[in-house]
Ligand binder design. Structure first.
Ligand SMILES: C[S@@+](CC[C@H](N)C(=O)[O-])C[C@H]1O[C@@H](n2cnc3c(N)ncnc32)[C@H](O)[C@@H]1O
Length: 687
């Protein structure tokens, strides 16, 4: 039963007993989350309704069902695609095969996937899959094939000693085979020739070759290194706010709570915050393409040992894949040690609850943090004592103290969120009031504090040839892949004309200045309602509904127009022409093959334009050229963060995804927090 049905059932049962009014009155007197949870858990209809989902969850956890048959059928399907050189399709089928496979079926799936990576020159992923195939018992009589492939990969990566060892093993294995098949003989000749070509290695000796374990961990490290890495802070890390640089500090304002303020003048492009998520959840649509743990795109996910399996959904009699994949065995093991062992087997049931991103993120946060830290956080008081470090990996001092706006919520809203908290925590620890109260706190604070993690989805090569440059930019869109708790980012207040922008690198978000910020000025982000894309009336309404404040930023007080009604530069035709020409050149790039260097150059160019426009006292914002230059700059940064050696495949995968928005909890909308909302031209709106 999903949450909506469960809640309807509970309300119906309470209504049947004629208790609704009295219960509402009594519930409204509960002034803390702990009391709200105790109250709700004492209601019979709630306890009755919780039985169903709980028994289902228990059954799912206790009946792992890998399937040799299904794994084989996906592998055969993959082999067909591979023969037709439909490499990406082959990889997808092999992914499925290994998600449901175990033992030899799993080993064969890894081995076959390694062949596709080998043929597409992805030597690292090929090597990693070969290693995993051996780990899972790849058949001895076929080992020579993998050893030869392994040798090729090592050689391509410049590890001559490793290549020599692998080829030699392949040779020994072939020499030991008793069959007289011509194919084997030919293979032996070819391998001997490869060894011969390595020549000198014989003299150096193979003893310098890495051990199996060392080689495996070196491959894993290299796989991880392939991920795009976030830029560093512009200055030393701030002692009180380690994720931020010394260019900003945490302070309190009279009318808008805590805020971040510049301690010195900050130039456009400066990186002032680099924060790793305290907790995050990958959206379901991306479970086949992104790492469950670090959120980076991966061409070859490594499944969880247990819960990536098939599951027969009793109500619908359909099969669903409980896919939990990781970019590396390191991420898999880290996730297991941190939270995944507690949710293993439940991921699909949890998605089927339809509680939305914030509910799932609340539960993940609780699993990551653990019961004891939650108890400790509750025992300490509500505010951060002067001088205490605000550390992103800390729960008690940060996430636990975020704005939840409880006092402004209606009784109905609080009741619904309390039932949701009780329901969600029941999946891991039924009737645990401490965990449920912590979940309730987060379910209230995340709608105003959780952040969206987005990746650029670039269209397939060739599909950008027609249309205006605005049209081209429109096709390269940001799509939301995950939600994350980022305690430092949650300290930034909103402006409809922000001076910073967020750029995502997996579960790390970087904050960069998009305008010049003077010493003492507040750092201001955009919560998804930008002056250029949303009318003032709409902005004010949404911000007050979701974030409970009235915006007094410059565009709001001065009533700035939308982008299309904004004036162009007057008396500055040279500058205007130059900006427009460079925007046009930028959008004409042949995505996705834009070299990183070119993107960096474009970013420098547009930083220069923004500086020139800001320095000219005769220019009064807003002007179209300024807005457009800002948009292109954000675009360059987002694209650089997405670029990886596998971009061409990322493109294919991401664009082919059907992006369904997860239903959201209650009336709160999720903070869009994305560049997408900031695209300025009407024709660039992506809906
Ligand atoms: C993500 S938090 C920002 C940090 C917050 N000031 C704090 O003390 O934790 C969002 C909340 O900050 C406040 N806020 C953000 N921007 C604001 C603004 N421009 N004016 C007034 N309050 C604002 C609102 O209460 C909003 O719900």
């Amino acid at each position: 039963m999903d949450f909506e049905s469960l809640f309807t059932q509970i309300c119906h049962d309470l209504g049947k007993n004629g208790d609704v009014k009295e219960i509402s009155t009594r519930f409204s007197t509960c002034t803390t989350d702990a009391r709200r949870v105790s109250f709700v858990l004492a209601l019979d209809p709630v306890r009755d309704c919780l039985q169903g989902p709980l028994s289902l969850a228990k059954r799912e956890i206790s009946t792992p069902c890998k399937s040799h048959e299904l794994s084989t059928s996906h592998r055969v399907e993959g082999n067909n695609y591979y023969q037709k050189k439909l490499n990406w399709k082959a990889i997808c089928s092999y992914n499925r095969s290994l998600l449901v496979g175990e033992g030899e079926a799993l080993a064969l799936a890894y081995a076959n996937r390694s062949a596709v990576f080998h043929d597409t020159a992805d030597w690292l992923h090929s090597l990693r899959d070969i290693q995993l195939a051996f780990d899972h018992g790849y058949p001895k009589n076929l080992e020579y094939k993998l050893r030869e492939r392994q040798g090729n990969c090592w050689l391509e990566l410049g590890h001559v000693h490793q290549a020599f060892t692998s080829f030699s093993l392949a040779k020994d294995l072939l020499e030991k085979t008793t069959t007289n098949v011509q194919q084997h003989k030919d293979k032996l000749i070819s391998i001997i020739s490869k060894i011969g070509k390595l020549g000198d290695v014989n003299n150096i000796g193979v003893t310098e070759s890495m051990s199996n374990e060392a080689a495996a961990s070196s491959i894993e490290r290299q796989v991880i290194k392939q991920r795009t890495t976030a830029p560093e802070l512009n200055r030393d890390s701030n002692a009180r706010l380690p994720a931020a640089s010394t260019s900003i500090e945490l302070t309190d304002s009279v009318d808008r709570g805590r805020c971040l303020v510049a301690t010195e003048d900050i130039q456009i492009g400066t990186t002032v915050i680099v924060e790793k998520a305290l907790a995050s959840i990958l959206l379901e649509e991306f479970k086949e393409s992104h790492c469950h743990h670090c959120l980076h795109w991966t061409p070859g996910p490594v499944p969880c040992h247990q819960c990536s399996q098939i599951d027969a959904i009793p109500e619908t009699r359909t099969l669903s894949y409980l896919q939990v994949g990781f970019c590396s065995t390191l991420c898999r093991d880290e996730a297991w040690a941190s939270y995944h062992s507690s949710e293993c087997g439940l991921t699909d049931s949890l998605h089927r609850t339809n509680v939305g991103k914030n509910g799932l993120l609340a539960l993940r946060t609780i699993l990551k943090v653990g019961r004891q830290r939650i108890i400790d956080a509750h025992q300490h008081d509500e505010f951060l004592p002067a001088g205490e470090v605000y550390d992103s990996s800390d729960y008690g001092g940060t996430i636990h103290r975020l704005v939840g706006n409880s006092s402004q919520r209606s009784v109905a809203d609080l009741f619904r969120r309390t039932v949701m908290a009780v329901y969600l925590t029941s999946f891991i620890q039924p009737y645990d009031e401490i965990l449920a109260a912590a979940a309730l706190r987060l379910i209230q604070s995340y709608p105003c504090n959780a952040h969206e993690i987005s990746h650029l989805a670039v269209p397939l090569p060739g599909s950008l040839s027609s249309g205006s440059h605005f049209h081209s930019l429109q096709k390269i869109r940001l799509c939301e892949i995950a939600a994350a708790a980022m305690p430092v980012l949650s300290l930034i207040n909103h402006s409809c004309n922000p001076n910073v922008v967020r750029v995502c690198y997996g579960d790390v978000i970087v904050v960069r200045a998009i305008r010049r910020i003077t010493r003492g000025e507040e750092i201001l982000d955009n919560y998804g309602y930008h002056y250029a894309t949303h009318e003032k009336k709409e902005r004010q309404l949404k911000l007050s509904q979701q974030y409970y404040f009235r915006c007094n930023c410059q565009p709001c007080t001065e009533d700035w127009p939308l982008y299309e009604d904004t004036l162009k530069l007057v008396n500055q035709s040279d500058m205007s022409d130059a900006i427009n020409k460079d925007i046009s050149d930028y959008t004409a790039c042949s995505y996705p093959d834009v070299p990183l260097q070119q993107l960096e150059e474009s970013a420098r160019l547009f930083v220069g334009y923004l500086n020139a426009l800001e320095s000219d006292a005769s220019i009064h914002l807003p002007v179209q050229e300024y807005s457009m230059a800002q948009e292109v700059l954000k675009h360059c940064w987002a694209l650089s963060a997405t670029l990886s050696p596998h971009l061409a495949v990322v493109v294919e995968v991401t664009v082919s995804k059907k992006i369904n928005k997860t239903p959201f909890d209650g009336t709160d909308e999720y903070p869009t927090h994305s560049l997408l909302a900031n695209y300025l031209c009407p024709e660039m709106n992506l809906n």
